[in-house]
Write a protein that binds this ligand. Sequence first.
Ligand code: DGL
Length: 268
Amino acid sequence: MTERPIGVFDSGVGGLTVVREVLRQLPNESVLYVGDTARVPYGPRGSDTITRFALQLAQFLLQQEVKALVIACNTVSATAAQAVRELAGDIPVLDVVHPTVRAAVEATRSGVLGVIGTVSTVRSGIYERLAREMRPEIRMLGEPCPLFVPIAEENLLDHPVARLMAEEYLRPFVGTPVDTLILGCTHYPLLKGVVGQVMGPGVTLVDSAQPTVAELSRLLEERGLARRGPAEHRFFVTDASYKFMQIANAILERDVSSSLQQVELGGD
Ligand code: DGL
């Protein structure tokens, strides 16, 4: 069991920000990644559709015999984590929302958090609910930033459109006591530079990768699942892989071309 890979999934390239952290914190672990590039974005969709897609991705990874699943997508974590856990049975499933909320609650001094994410994630209210369970006096302001996902998928991170949209989306936070901003979508760390510039140095940006992988590391140790051997990573996409490959190479600082494959998932 320890030799098996960790399954990681997202709607597209965003989950690679979590994979990058797995490579950093857990260099001996192998990763199987699947990005649903044929159907990205998930954020504007309804919960039934998100759940159906998420179960297909999880099922694909479970068929490859992974030892743990990481839902490297805040939208799926907010909507379908329970359904994925039921499907996975004994295989442990980590979502990205819980560890990220904990990190943000620890980081804030003003007690006022901001969260940006997809429409579906922000509407779910899950960040505020969990933060208040941890510290009832926490206040939270949320703003959806739907165009950040296509900007990341199109690799337009250095294009003026990224700056323009960041200014537009983040304006509601200006002049508020928000001192910690949750990047509540795994695509958003790719826009961290521009988000940081707009929010200014007084605001701490918290993303899902570091706290989620720290939790994964603890879980693998606790269950005796941690691997010592050399790692081997494989990447799957549901649509033509060229753009994904370019972005993956840049994020992971390695050439993934020989380990990248297009697959068809069950369902539509
Ligand atoms: N990266 C995903 C998230 O964390 C999904 C973005 C999308 O597909 O809309 O929410």
